[in-house]
Ligand binder design. Structure first.
Ligand code: ADP
Length: 536
C-alpha cells in the first residue's frame, strides 16, 4: 500500500516531533533558569556579603583582648635586703614590701612584691589580701607566678581566671611565633585558630571562640543557601559550613589581607525552584508522551485492522466475482449446448444435473452475501419459531447429498427429534455452510457426520469431517469476516471467507456459539450450540 502523508508513520512523526521539540525546549529552559538562579544568588551574595564584612570588622575589633607580656624564662635580679624580709615572718614588713612599687625582682627572676603577697596571704588568710594579690599579679606585676596566685586566691580570682587562661594561650602562641609584630597575624595551628599581635609589653589577640561567635552572629545576615569562609592572604582561617563554590570574596576591614568569602553551601536551595519547575515540566511532558504514545498505538492498531479488513474485502470482492462468474459461464455454455440440441440424451441429463448444482451453489452464495450484509447492517429479521432440529438437519443433508456424491463422500445423519425455538432458515443456512466446507475440504471417500444432542437446556448440533483439519493458530481467525488461511495464489479450494463468519453471526443471534475442535491431519468438528428457547 503506498504511503500517503496521512499514513501512520507521518502521523507518528507529526505527534512525536513537537513533543521532542517541547522536551528540548523544556530542557534548555530549565538550564537557563538554573543559570539565572545562580547569577541572582551571586548578586545576593555580594549585597549580603558587604554588610556581613562590615559587621564582622566591627565584631572582630570589639573581640580583641589584651594580655601582658613578661620575660619568660624569668630574668634574675640583684640580691637585696628585701630578700631577708621574704625569708622572715614579719607580717607588716611583708605587707610593706608587697605594696612597694620599687621592690624589684628577686635573684630567681620573680617579682618581690608578688612573693611578699604570697607570704602575706599564707599568714593572714584574709580576703582583702587575696584580692590585693590578684590585682598585683594580673595588673601591676604579671609573671609566671600569676596562675599560681589566682589559684591560691580561690573565689576572689574567679573572674580573672578565664581571661588569664586566654592570655596564657596567647603567650604560648607568641612563644611559637615570636616574629609576630604590632600589625598582627592570623594563626591556624592545629585546632588553635586566632589572631595575635605583639606591641611592646602587650599581646593583643582574638581567641578562636570569639572568632566563631563573631561568625555565628554574622551568619544570620546571609541567605539560607550560603556559608562563610574567612581567609587571610588566600589562606583559609575558618569556615562555617562544608565547602562549596565561592560566590563572592569581600575584604574585611580588620588587620591586613583579611577576606570574607561567601560560599554556596547548599546549591540545592539555589537551584531548587528551577529544578522543581523543570521536573514538573518534564513530568507533564512524560505524561503527554505516554498519552500520545498509547493513542498512537491504538491508532496504529486500528489503522492496521482497517487495512487488513480492506485487503480482505478486496479479496472477497475478487473471490465473489470469481465464484459468480465461473458457474454462470458454465451454466450458459451448457444451456447453449442444450438449446442447440447438440448433445446426446445422456450428456443432456448430466448437463441438467450440473446446471441445477451450479444454480444451487449460486443461490447459496448470493444468500450468504445478502444475509451477511443484512446482519452487518442490523436489517436481518429473525423468525424464531419452535422447530424440530433433527428434521431440519436431515432435510439439509438431503439437499447436500448430490454435492457429497460427486466427491464420493458419505453423509451420515439419522438423528432423533430435538425441539427448539430457532430461525429455521438461518440455522439451515449455517448447516449448509458447515456441510459445504466439510465436503469441500475433505478428501474423496471419507465420511461427514452430523450429530444432535441435548446438554441441559442447550442443544448441540455437530458437523464432523475427516478432512485436513485446522491448525490451532487459525482457530480464531477463520471466523473473521473474509478471512481465508494461506496464500491467495496457492489456494486450491473455491470460497469467499464469508461462510464461517455468517455461521458465527447466526448462532450468536440465537444466544449460542459455534465451537471448533480440530487437529491438523485428523479432521474437524464444528459444533453449533444454543438454548432450547432463546430470550426474545
Ligand atoms: P470459504 O469456505 O469460503 O473459504 P469460510 O468462512 O467458510 O470461507 O471458511 C474459512 C476458511 O476456514 C476456509 O477457507 C478453510 O481454510 C477453513 N475451513 C473451514 N471449514 C473447514 C473444514 N471443515 N476443514 C478444513 N478447513 C476448513
Amino acid at each position: 500500500m503506498p504511503r500517503t502523508p496521512s499514513s501512520p508513520h507521518w502521523l507518528t512523526l507529526a505527534v512525536l516531533l513537537p513533543l521532542v521539540v517541547l522536551g528540548v525546549l523544556a530542557w534548555v529552559g530549565v538550564k537557563a533558569q538554573v543559570r539565572a538562579a545562580w547569577s541572582s544568588a551571586k548578586d545576593e551574595a555580594k549585597i549580603a556579603g558587604n554588610h556581613v564584612a562590615d559587621v564582622l570588622a566591627r565584631d572582630l575589633a570589639a573581640a580583641v583582648e589584651t594580655a601582658p607580656r613578661f620575660p619568660d624564662p624569668p630574668v634574675p635580679g640583684e640580691a637585696s635586703e628585701a630578700d631577708a624580709v621574704l625569708d622572715g615572718n614579719d607580717l607588716p614588713a611583708l605587707r610593706r614590701l608587697r605594696d612597694d612599687p620599687a621592690a624589684g625582682v628577686s635573684p630567681a627572676g620573680l617579682p618581690r612584691r608578688v612573693l611578699a603577697g604570697f607570704r602575706v596571704l599564707e599568714a593572714s588568710k584574709d580576703a582583702g589580701d587575696a584580692e590585693i594579690l590578684v590585682n598585683l599579679t594580673t595588673q601591676e606585676a604579671p609573671s609566671v607566678l600569676t596562675s599560681l596566685a589566682l589559684a591560691k586566691a580561690g573565689d576572689a580570682a574567679k573572674a580573672e581566671m578565664e581571661s588569664w587562661a586566654r592570655g596564657e594561650r596567647a603567650r604560648a602562641l607568641f612563644h611559637r611565633y615570636p616574629e609576630v609584630g604590632p600589625e598582627g597575624t592570623w594563626l591556624v595551628d592545629g585546632d588553635e585558630t586566632g589572631w595575635l599581635a605583639a606591641d611592646g609589653n602587650e599581646l593583643h589577640f582574638i581567641s578562636s571562640l570569639s572568632i566563631t561567635n563573631s561568625l555565628d552572629s554574622a551568619v544570620g545576615h546571609l541567605p539560607a543557601w550560603s556559608g562563610m569562609r574567612l581567609v587571610s592572604d588566600g589562606k583559609l582561617i575558618i569556615r562555617t559550613s562544608p565547602d562549596g563554590e565561592v560566590m563572592e570574596t569581600l575584604p574585611v576591614e580588620f588587620g591586613q589581607g583579611l577576606g570574607l568569602q561567601i560560599i554556596a553551601a547548599r546549591p540545592d536551595l539555589i537551584e531548587g525552584s528551577a529544578r522543581r519547575q523543570g521536573q514538573w515540566t518534564l513530568g507533564l511532558l512524560g505524561c503527554a508522551v505516554l498519552v500520545s504514545g498509547s493513542a498512537l498505538g491504538m491508532m496504529h492498531h486500528s489503522i492496521r485492522r482497517e487495512r487488513r479488513l480492506s485487503e480482505m474485502k478486496s479479496q472477497f470482492v475478487a473471490s465473489v466475482s470469481h465464484e459468480l462468474r465461473a458457474p454462470v459461464a458454465s451454466i450458459r455454455l451448457m444451456a447453449d449446448a442444450l438449446e442447440e440440441e447438440k448433445v446426446d440424451p445422456e450428456t443432456a441429463k448430466e448437463f441438467h444435473r450440473l446446471i441445477a448444482r451450479e444454480g444451487a451453489r449460486l443461490s447459496t452464495l448470493v444468500a450468504n452475501v445478502l444475509d451477511h450484509a443484512r446482519i452487518e447492517q442490523g436489517r436481518k429479521v429473525w423468525n424464531m419459531e419452535p422447530c424440530d432440529l433433527a428434521a431440519l438437519a436431515n432435510e439439509t443433508l438431503r439437499v447436500m447429498e448430490p454435492l457429497a456424491k460427486e466427491k464420493e463422500i458419505v453423509l451420515e445423519g439419522g438423528l432423533s427429534a430435538v425441539e427448539a425455538v430457532v430461525d429455521a432458515g438461518a440455522i439451515q443456512q449455517a448447516l449448509v455452510n458447515l456441510l459445504d466446507n466439510a465436503i469441500k475440504f475433505s478428501p474423496r471417500g471419507t465420511t461427514v457426520r452430523i450429530s444432535l444432542a441435548m446438554e441441559g437446556s442447550h442443544w448441540n448440533l455437530a458437523v464432523r469431517d475427516q478432512g485436513p483439519g485446522i491448525s490451532k493458530e487459525e482457530h480464531h481467525r477463520i471466523f473473521e469476516r473474509f478471512y481465508r488461511p494461506g496464500d491467495e495464489l496457492r489456494r486450491e479450494t473455491q470460497g469467499t471467507g464469508i461462510g464461517l463468519s455468517l455461521v458465527k453471526s447466526i448462532i450468536e443471534a440465537h444466544d449460542g456459539q459455534v465451537l471448533l475442535e480440530s487437529t491438523l491431519g485428523k479432521g474437524s468438528v464444528f459444533t453449533l450450540t444454543g438454548p432450547v428457547s432463546p430470550p426474545p
